[in-house]
Design a binder for this molecule. Structure first.
Ligand code: AMP
Length: 359
């Protein structure tokens, strides 16, 4: 661990100003590390208000990026859609997490599924789609319902439309507003699960317990861990996320979201090279949380253990759930995390709760 920043303390630079940067900043402070948030709206943001330093500038502002880089020891991004060129520029100054290959792959739905298949992980059937006639022929070949998604920049179920034979394919394609799309078969899954690993600069891996997830309207609503799934599925998920992290030469965290089919088969959905919403339960539920593990690996500290303390459930608090906050705050055994966002819009992630479900 070195310290090149002006205050002589090891400083983690974070691109992005949301709740993941906030929780990473809190975990870092607990380890005596500093964080510095770089974002177009850094100052009074969820992350900026708990970090040691902020830079408010556009990601494309090369001068601001260079001066930020000179004041931090390592850089990570709390979202995968940061332009890869920004991370490349930063990598001239200091180590960057997740690294070019992981970021480039995770930014695109076809690239990530192609990698999954290359390393032997099954995916739902998919077709690259660049115009409505390709959509029409893919739907004819498929013959069932599917989901048409933007290849880039989709999140929380945004940038995707469900589509069935007989629909107007032209209208569906145009509604996406892009020519870089993917059609996926609609999986009639029995469950959704996620798996998380940390991989440090030496290539050592640390696993977190697999998690069972429930989405409502494409947004994660609830996670339960350790996932009550067959041990073979858990082993397959752990193996899959580790293989992906190796193939991506990852430095940081990698989450894998997967479907468990009715036949008990694991299918790749997507990856995220950063802390993941479905592992927020680790803050109270694991000996070392995902945020603490990331702060440790970024600063060259050894991993902490990831033992769980019983069974945990995480529930997201969206804008529309905030009315029940006074009631939640009165319940014992519920750990409340609020992200400090001012505008409680419907569907916006405002916070989450964790509670032990053994009790
Ligand atoms: P995504 O942004 O791709 O993770 O999609 C958000 C959620 O939509 C997933 O967690 C699933 O609940 C659902 N979903 C996405 N893709 C599919 C699919 N191919 N089949 C069935 N459900 C899906």
């Amino acid at each position: 661990m070195t310290a090149s920043s002006t205050n002589n303390k090891f400083t983690i630079g974070i691109l992005g100003s949301g709740q993941l940067g906030r929780m990473l900043s809190i975990a870092s402070a607990q380890l005596g590390l500093c964080t510095h948030i770089f974002a177009p709206d850094a100052k009074n943001s969820p992350a900026g208000e708990v970090a040691h330093n902020t830079t408010t500038a556009a990601y494309e502002d090369k001068r601001a990026i260079a001066s930020f880089a000179a004041n931090v020891d390592v850089v990570t991004s709390e979202f995968e859609n940061v332009p890869a060129t920004v991370m490349d520029l930063l990598s001239d100054y200091c180590p960057v997490s997740p690294g070019h290959l992981a970021l480039h792959t995770a930014q695109h739905r076809i690239r990530e599924k192609t990698l999954a298949r290359e390393v032997g992980i099954s995916t739902p059937k998919f077709w690259p789609i660049t115009n409505s006639s390709e959509l029409k022929s893919a739907m004819q070949e498929h013959g069932h319902s599917g989901i048409l998604k933007k290849c880039t920049l989709g999140y929380d179920g945004k940038g995707q439309v469900r589509i069935k034979p007989g629909d107007n394919f032209d209208t569906a394609f145009k509604s996406l507003g892009t020519t870089d799309a993917i059609l996926e078969e609609s999986v009639n899954f029995a469950a959704e699960a996620s798996f998380l690993v940390a991989r440090n600069a030496k290539g050592d891996i640390s696993h977190f317990p697999g998690t069972l997830n429930k989405h409502i309207n494409g947004i994660l609503a609830q996670s339960t861990a350790p996932a009550p799934l067959h041990e073979d599925i858990i082993a397959e998920g752990r193996n899959a996320v580790e293989k992906l992290a190796e193939a991506l030469e990852l430095f940081g965290l990698l989450a894998l979201e997967a479907f468990v089919t009715q036949e008990g088969k694991l299918l790749f959905n997507e990856i995220a090279p950063r802390p993941h919403n479905s592992f927020h339960w680790t803050i109270e539920g694991c000996e070392t949380s995902q945020f603490t593990q990331l702060a440790r690996l970024l600063s060259g500290m050894p991993y902490g253990a990831t033992n769980t303390y019983g069974k945990w459930q995480m529930n997201n608090l969206l804008g529309e759930d905030m009315e029940s906050l006074p009631e939640i705050l009165l319940s014992s055994g519920i750990h409340v995390h609020i992200y400090g966002k001012t505008d409680a819009k419907t569907g916006r992630k405002m916070g989450h709760t964790n509670h032990n479900i053994n009790k």
